[in-house]
Design a protein around this ligand. Structure first.
Ligand code: GAR
Length: 205
């Protein structure tokens, strides 16, 4: 199985995915930000990298079209968004339907969008966390594959909370990708996630 990873920043999830030594080939890491430090993580691991600055495109649609061309050049079976901070066009999402995963730093459907940790603290929630989901056209609302919960502590600030959530992200993203590689998860026609048990029987989550 061939995987393309899209990033915009430091690439710690990319690093966790690489460290998991999954039975698949990461064929490229692509960033919309040429200075993303995650590109160096990929290069150090001997993975092909490309940067396509979204700022050089007149529209989101044109940028996403160009991204599709680059990504498809690597013939991926799976596209993994790992801290890829771009809102995607419907065209992009539909092109990779059923083979596009994202990780988000909250227990979706709570706290879609940005600044998830501070918003959780402001609301006084006692449990926060992270989610891996299939990407669909509605931002951060695709069918959920796996979540991890993290308790919010009395003395937490956004940095301390995000650090503990990130640790869990590094566990659940490789797990979800492993399931995908093994054919254990599929995006069903009804928009739910089918999870196949080890014995091959099916269960909807
Ligand atoms: C992660 O916390 C990820 O969940 C988040 O960006 C961070 C990237 O960190 N993604 C989003 O907010 C997407 N909506 P990383 O570059 O170290 O993996």
């Amino acid at each position: 199985m061939r995987i393309v990873v899209l990033i915009s920043g430091r690439g710690s999830n990319l690093q966790a995915i690489l460290a998991a030594q999954l039975p698949a080939q990461i064929v490229a890491v692509i960033s919309n930000k040429p200075d993303a430090t995650g590109l160096q993580v990929a290069q150090a691991a001997g993975i092909a990298t490309q940067a396509l600055a979204h700022t050089t495109f007149a529209s989101r649609a044109e940028f996403d079209k160009a991204m599709i061309q680059i990504i498809d050049g690597y013939q991926p079976d799976l596209v993994v968004l790992a801290g890829y901070m771009r809102i995607l066009t419907d065209e992009f999402v539909n092109h990779y339907q059923g083979r596009l995963l994202n990780i988000h730093p909250s227990l979706l459907p709570s706290y879609a969008g940005l600044n998830t940790h501070q918003r959780a603290l402001d609301d006084g929630v006692k449990v926060h966390g992270c989610t891996v989901h299939f990407v669909t056209p509605t931002l951060d609302h695709g069918p959920i594959i796996i979540q991890a919960a993290v308790p919010v502590l009395n003395n937490d600030n956004a940095d301390s909370l995000s650090e503990r959530v990130l640790c869990m992200e590094h566990q659940i993203y490789p797990t979800a990708i492993h399931w995908f590689i093994g054919g254990r998860i599929q995006l069903a026609a009804d928009g739910k996630v089918n999870l196949l048990n080890n014995n091959g029987s099916e269960q909807t989550v």
